[in-house]
Design a protein around this ligand. Structure first.
Ligand code: ZN
Length: 254
């Protein structure tokens, strides 16, 4: 993105120069490219509305209390957070969230996830969360890197993560704190991460995936065929896409 903006700046400067100097084919070509890039970006459809200020978010809560974002660290006691996009240890190799110490879901989804964790606790397990709420601008950045709707949401519609109702997670053993073997790691963009992929997977791996899926579904989450770690809370609410960064949320949501 930075590089892209750099190019844009360059093309913009070349456009200005063009008006000052006499027309030459190279400059004309660069100017043409600039306008193509500019209008391509302008024409990308976006969901509407996008809640991008805390003021708009506060208004949305007043209209409907269900819009409230809940801090998962506080609402799910002892939940383990391993927020991959807040580190460079993710498929983009970029820390997309900068500084992040917790994550969020809308209150109904957060409460459902608490129930999932309580159920797993009774079996000696707990949840480990890789990602939940994701600012819309981060989804756009991911889309620029991976143009594949099986793995990254198309920004045209906004995603469950952008709406604060989707979560990426796994199960850990409370005794050892180790993740159960799910056959692949998080963000493994191959067929072996699919729910329907069973060949070459041990019975224990299938059992582990089934435990996660069955418990999540019991409390109202829906799985995604291509990612064993991704679940989306099913609700009749029409949650808006949000684009407020974690730094701002951490300051305001206490
Ligand atoms: Zn996800």
């Amino acid at each position: 993105m930075e590089i892209f903006l750099g190019f844009k700046k360059y093309f913009l400067i070349s456009t200005i120069n063009l008006t000052l100097n006499q027309i030459n084919p190279v400059k004309l070509f660069l100017t043409l490219i600039f306008f193509i890039l500019f209008f391509t970006e302008m024409s990308v459809a976006q969901p509407s509305p996008i809640i991008s200020s805390f003021q708009d978010y506060s208004k949305s809560i007043k209209t409907n209390d269900k819009n409230t974002l809940v801090d998962l660290k506080k609402s799910i006691p002892n939940v383990v957070l391993d927020l991959k996009y807040g580190t460079s240890n993710n498929f983009t190799k970029i820390n997309l969230y900068k500084k992040v110490s917790t994550t969020y879901l809308r209150k109904d989804a957060a409460f459902a996830l608490l129930n999932v964790n309580n159920e797993l606790k009774s079996l000696g397990f707990s949840l480990k969360i890789f990602d939940a709420y994701r600012p819309y601008s981060v989804t756009k950045l991911m889309w620029n890197l991976v143009h594949d709707e099986r793995y990254v949401a198309n920004p045209t519609n906004g995603s469950g993560h952008n709406r604060g109702i989707a979560v990426d997670l796994t199960i850990i053993d409370i005794q050892t704190n180790k993740e159960l073997n799910m056959g692949t790691g998080f963000d493994n963009f191959t067929d072996s991460a699919h729910h329907s992929f069973t060949k070459n997977l041990s019975p224990q791996i299938i059992k582990n995936r089934t435990l996660l899926k069955a418990t999540m579904e019991k409390f109202g989450f829906k799985s995604l065929e291509t990612e064993w770690w991704h679940y989306s809370f099913q609700s009749k609410e029409a949650y808006d896409v949000m684009d407020i960064n974690f730094k701002k949320l951490a300051k305001k949501i206490r």
